[in-house]
Design a protein around this ligand. Structure first.
Ligand code: GLN
Length: 536
């Protein structure tokens, strides 16, 4: 019989304020432990009451990250997948809404018959079960608690992770608290008080952190670290600087130099050798020393909150790393775009995902400009649908062409609701979601990029290419380079006699990692670079 090592649990909490890079720190810890030969996975606990973030506006929540198994999740899961080999799914993101949903369904079913259903133990038990489920088959689970310590709504999560230490043992649990150490310029001093206060807050719910991760703009001097160690009651070598980085992919290296993985393995009693980090070093070297630069226009609605395009941005950077080129992303607000010549200086145009009619016409203008001026174009999901609309209007002569999402009464609904979406009333988790197979047509840009005929890509949409207009559009020259294996759903369209013009119904950005940049992004950035004369 093979004895498995017991699973170790790392709990990451955050204090002082949000946006401290807790997600990236968690992802980096995963990367470091993986580089020590351990099998890791992640769980993000989100304290809000939505069952999943799928129903939230991007301005509220940033990107909704889609997993292979079709879960609509927090964008931190994107960091986890980009930084490690772990593949995320439904079990790796749990919201308070989902926990309560399960508890209430059990209550109605009579599972607790006779009992009073309470936050402790019923809700906390459900959270602990989610933690155990997510940790199946790995050496280490990194569990990140969303929100900031002190928030009312995260209390059940904190109570559950507190209980985990008594459930699985001190030697199998490690609590890492991230907090801000601001530099106050007028005083010329780094201030440790916010860290002290947030650790105090954490202690009131019974958690004493083992490691403190200090987000700062500079490396903390020994004296400051010692002060934090003393006041927060942690080991001197357990105060780690998470300094601002030039590229996020540098964070694992910085945290390693600060001794974080060494401390974690010591605290958890894990014996491993030093991590193998040469691939990360190579990556950072490539990222920091580009030979060329390429400017990509991103024409979308959420340009004020670029977190909404997190995976897209990263996928573009990954492709840049592959070509040793710096990708500079310029955001254009599609609602304000009425003259596409503002795009004249860019090397490539990308129209990303989107919903609703606002800003759609600005995107169509951008597509037209890219097609006519022969600027490399990449349309993703809505960006593919709008490319079809543009082609239908201006090449195939279907002047009223539109998506029924934008104009339900258009006579030329070249993009229409999928048959299985008609009559769908519930908005949550009912889109076409997750990985779906697609077959590629040899001799096309898509086939050339992937170098194979069958692919799987992740989806998140309700509308699709309307087959009633298929022949007409093909006759007008539109290339359908990828379809579902049965040929029914059009997944990729291309325009001929153009340096690179491709729209895909799926989201390739979710599958891109710095070490395996996505082929479509690599090909798009190559085409854009060619325009600058920067390639070859
Ligand atoms: N709004 C479009 C649809 O629902 C596109 C969605 C998207 O871009 N992800 O089909």
């Amino acid at each position: 019989m093979v004895m498995r090592r017991p699973t170790k649990f790392i709990f990451v909490t955050g204090g002082v304020l949000s946006s401290l890079g807790k997600g990236l720190s968690s992802a980096s810890i995963g990367a470091l432990l993986e580089a020590r030969g351990l099998k890791v996975t992640f769980l993000k606990l989100d304290p809000y009451l939505n069952v999943d973030p799928g129903t939230m506006n991007p301005f509220q929540h940033g990107e909704v990250y889609v997993t292979d198994d079709g879960a609509e999740t927090d964008l931190d899961l994107g960091h986890y997948e980009r930084f490690s080999q772990a593949r995320m799914g439904k079990a790796n993101n749990m919201t308070a809404g989902r926990i309560y949903d399960t508890v209430l369904a059990k209550e109605r079913r009579g599972d607790y018959l006779g009992g009073t259903v309470q936050v402790i133990p019923h809700v906390t038990d459900e959270i602990k079960e989610a933690i155990q489920n997510a940790s199946e088959g790995v050496d280490v689970l990194i569990c990140e608690v969303g929100g900031t310590v002190g928030d009312i709504e995260s209390l059940p999560f904190l109570e559950a992770i507190r209980q985990m230490r008594s459930d699985v043992g001190r030697e199998n649990t490690c609590y890492i608290h991230t907090a801000l150490v601001p530099y106050i310029a007028t005083a010329g001093e780094l201030k440790t008080k916010p860290v002290q206060h947030s650790v105090k807050e954490l202690r009131t719910v019974g958690i004493a952190p083992d490691v403190i991760l200090c987000r700062t703009d500079r490396f903390l001097p020994k004296a400051v670290k010692n002060k934090i160690a003393l006041f927060c009651n942690v080991d001197h070598d357990a105060v780690v600087t998470a300094k601002d980085v030039e590229t996020i992919y540098e964070l694992p290296l910085i945290l390693h130099r600060e001794g974080l993985d060494e401390k974690i393995t010591q605290l958890l009693g894990i014996w491993t050798g030093q991590p193998e980090l040469s691939n990360w070093e190579g990556l950072v070297e490539r990222a920091k020393n580009p030979d060329a630069e390429v400017r990509i226009a991103m024409v979308g609605k959420y340009v004020d909150l670029t977190e909404s395009y997190k995976s897209l941005n990263e996928a573009l950077y990954h492709a840049g790393f592959a070509h040793r080129a710096r990708v500079v992303i310029e955001y254009f607000d599609s609602e304000k775009l009425d003259d596409a010549s503002v795009l004249s200086g860019v090397d490539g145009i990308l129209v990303p995902h989107g919903f609703g009619s606002r800003g759609a016409e600005g995107k169509v203008l951008a597509v037209k400009y890219a097609r006519e001026k022969k600027i490399p174009y990449f349309g993703i999901c809505y960006g593919m649908q709008l490319a079809v609309i543009e082609y239908a209007r201006h090449v195939a002569g279907l002047e009223a062409a539109n998506s029924r999402e934008i104009d339900p009464d258009t006579p030329n609904g070249v993009i229409d609701l999928m048959p299985e979406q008609r009559g769908v009333e519930d908005k949550g988790a009912t889109m076409r979601l997750g990985a779906w197979p697609c077959k590629l047509e040899p001799g096309t840009r898509a086939y050339e990029a992937y170098g194979k005929a069958e692919i799987d890509e992740r989806h998140r949409h309700r509308y699709e290419f309307n087959n009633d207009f298929r022949q007409q559009l093909v006759d007008a020259g539109l290339v359908l380079s990828g379809t579902s294996p049965d040929g029914r759903l059009v997944e990729i369209v291309e325009v001929k006699d153009h340096p690179w013009f491709l729209g895909c119904q799926f989201h390739p950005e979710f599958a891109s990692t710095p070490f395996q940049p996505h082929p479509l992004f690599v090909a798009f950035v190559a085409a854009a670079l060619e325009r600058t004369g920067g390639l070859g």
